[in-house]
Design a protein around this ligand. Structure first.
Ligand SMILES: *[C@@H]1O[C@H](CO)[C@@H](O)[C@H](O)[C@H]1NC(C)=O
Length: 178
């Protein structure tokens, strides 16, 4: 190879490296801003208009872990713990019994915001939720709108649970970089 070709190769590499470091994608990620979201999730499985419905029961009806159960939800999200407090969005997706030893769900959902600064934006969460644990952590795997490039995690704590009906209110603390 001639010296001219080597020099050209060297310059191409320098330019490519600079683009990787300072290109639009890299700068978006390094300038990511942290956001903390706090709201309440209402899982209503009872009554005339449930917002979470069981589409498949556990194949073994006596299963203590509910292994194999699938629920689809369009659950209300509110600012405060009361279901009548101002709405902030909906949690749309599913949770299914995927642990044979205990009640443990695979939960896959979009948090669809309908008010405030994040109205129209969504966050995608996918993770394990053991509803009887005091604190559950779910990864935030992406987002849209104001939450493009989102990465983060959500901490879930049961605020209220009705053993008779199965209805529950869960406190969400979501931390995202976007
Ligand atoms: C959210 O955005 C939609 C569409 O732009 C709008 O119709 C609605 O009024 C907004 N909601 C709130 C609470 O700001």
């Amino acid at each position: 190879m001639g010296k001219g070709v080597l020099l050209l190769l060297f310059l191409v590499l320098v330019v490519a490296e600079a683009q990787l470091r300072h290109g639009p994608t890299a700068s978006r990620l390094t300038e990511a801003t942290p956001t903390h979201l706090h709201f309440y999730f209402h899982d209503t499985v009872s009554g005339k208009s449930p917002t979470a419905v069981r589409v498949v029961g556990p194949p073994d009806a006596s299963s203590q872990s509910m292994f194999g159960m699938v629920n689809v939800m369009d659950d209300l999200l509110t600012e405060g713990p009361d279901a009548g407090s101002p709405p902030v969005g909906r949690a749309q997706g599913l949770y299914m019994g995927s642990d044979q030893a205990k009640i443990g769900f695979l939960q896959a959902m979009n948090l669809v915001f309908t008010a405030g600064a994040y109205n129209g934006s969504t966050l995608a969460l996918l993770g394990k939720n053991c509803p009887l644990d005091a604190v559950r952590e779910l990864p935030v795997v992406g987002g849209t709108g104001a939450f493009r490039f989102a990465r983060g995690y959500a901490l879930l704590r049961t605020h209220w649970f009705d053993f008779r009906t199965g209805d529950a209110t869960v406190e969400y603390d979501v931390y995202v970089m976007h």
